[in-house]
Write a protein that binds this ligand. Structure first.
Ligand SMILES: [Zn+2]
Length: 435
């Protein structure tokens, strides 16, 4: 009530003010009033919820649509009819325990001795809902809660690790994943970040119904200072038909490389390419390790890091079960110690295809894949190579790209590293419209 009075006073105040102004101000006033009326409607699932009595619950284990209806005074002949009419839109047998549902009753139903709901709303997931009209004309439809995306920016300075930096700032770990595995996978080794490395990101958060946080949707642009290098990354759609987006730097160079960073997902490097390695396995004598070992559980799929033709698929006492792929005149890759091979010599494989599974065959002391990278017939360290770009931007798109990133780069450059500022100035910076 108090709020309404306040609004009324405000409206009067605006009216008085408007009288002194020209017509355009009066138009504004009308808009103002329309907005006030709009705010009084509390819409949920498309219903003005204050016109109903609302009952909310969740599906219990063992609950069925029929039982829920019966509990709420809708009898069996009706339930069958509802099921029949709505079956093309929603299968009432597919109610999952734990998911919420809402029953709407008319205000008049309060007077009934056995009130029954007019509407049943079920939420199979956070975004979607199913509405079943239970009375008069029985009907059903599916809809979605409104989704909003909010653009945000963040900065961080690495103290010990990127996850720690994100955690300290209350930011999602997904930002680390996005930067390490999608954006900078080929340009920065996130296992070797240094204290003082720092970053800025512009990303979008997703919200359902304006209130439910549904995670980071996308990173639009990023900037990373590592080892004295400044690395910009801007997302750009190069193929709108196939919805292909890549990250490019400020000179339109693709940050993705023609090779995957690792032949196994979610693995850890257990041993790097090292020409002077001494290990117990060889009595601590120098025995060059010309591969990179990725430790992963037995049976983990091994992926071709680039497209090419299988030139070898066999067994060796040292290599165990292995596969070798030729990608072009320059590059070949080889994958050792597999538990099982999945491809034959002569087969063409695409980047990311499964060519075998992690094992410990041959000279190996645990489950891992030894990944060997050949350049012009020599084994080299893929992490030290300037690998070819995945797909250079076309000349026609390059102009468009450079135009596109101009304001975004400016936006990035105008974000300050907050940690470097004294505490008092932080507030004024947050008020800056750029942030
Ligand atoms: Zn190895």
């Amino acid at each position: 009530m108090q709020l309404k009075q306040l609004i009324a006073i405000a409206v009067i105040a605006i009216s008085i003010y408007a009288c002194k102004e020209d017509n355009s101000a009066e138009v504004d006033l009308e808009k103002e009033q329309a907005e006030i009326v709009e705010e009084e409607k509390i819409l949920e699932f498309g219903f003005d919820i204050k016109n109903y009595r609302v009952k909310r619950d969740t599906i219990k284990s063992g609950d069925s649509f029929g039982e829920i209806m019966q509990r709420n005074n809708i009898g069996y002949p009706n339930i069958f009819q509802i099921a029949e009419v709505t079956k093309d839109t929603f299968d009432i047998r597919k109610l999952h325990p734990g998911r919420p549902y809402t029953l709407l009753y008319s205000k008049e139903s309060e007077k009934d001795s056995l009130p029954s709901p007019s509407t049943f709303i079920y939420q199979p997931n956070q975004e979607e809902y199913v509405v079943i009209g239970l009375k008069d004309s029985i009907h059903a439809y599916k809809s979605r809660k409104p989704i909003t995306y909010v653009e945000k920016t963040a900065t961080g300075i690495i103290e010990s690790s990127i996850s720690k930096t994100l955690e300290d700032k209350g930011l999602s770990q997904r930002l680390a994943y996005k930067m390490a595995d999608e954006i900078y996978a080929w340009t920065i080794d996130f296992r070797r970040l240094q204290k003082g490395d720092r970053f800025k990101v512009i990303y979008t958060d997703k919200y359902i119904d304006d209130t439910i946080y549904a995670g980071i949707q996308n990173v639009k642009a990023a900037y990373f200072e590592h080892n004295g290098d400044s690395l910009y990354a801007f997302q750009f759609e190069t193929d709108s038909i196939h919805n292909i987006r890549d990250y490019f730097n400020e000179e339109a160079k693709n940050l993705r490389r023609a090779f995957l960073k690792a032949p196994v997902q979610f693995s850890r490097i257990s041993s790097r390419y090292n020409l002077k390695r001494r290990i117990a396995h060889y009595g601590y004598r120098i025995k060059a390790h010309r591969g990179t070992d990725f430790a992963a559980p037995n049976g983990t799929p091994i992926l071709a890091t680039a497209s090419g033709t299988v030139t070898r698929s066999g067994y060796g006492t040292g290599n165990g079960k292995f596969v070798k792929i030729r990608h072009n005149a320059t590059y070949e890759t080889q994958y050792l110690h597999m538990s099982r091979r999945k491809v034959k010599v002569g087969e063409f494989v695409k980047q990311g295809d499964v060519i075998g599974y992690v094992g410990s065959t041959g000279s190996s002391s645990g489950n891992h894949v030894c990944y060997r990278f050949w350049k012009n017939g020599k084994e080299v360290d893929p992490f030290k190579q300037k690998l070819p770009e995945a797909k250079p931007i076309s000349d026609s798109l390059k102009v468009k790209y450079l135009e596109h990133i101009k304001p975004i780069k400016q936006q990035l450059d105008n974000i300050f590293f907050l940690e470097a500022q004294p505490k008092e100035t932080e507030n004024t910076i947050t008020e800056d419209p750029i942030l």
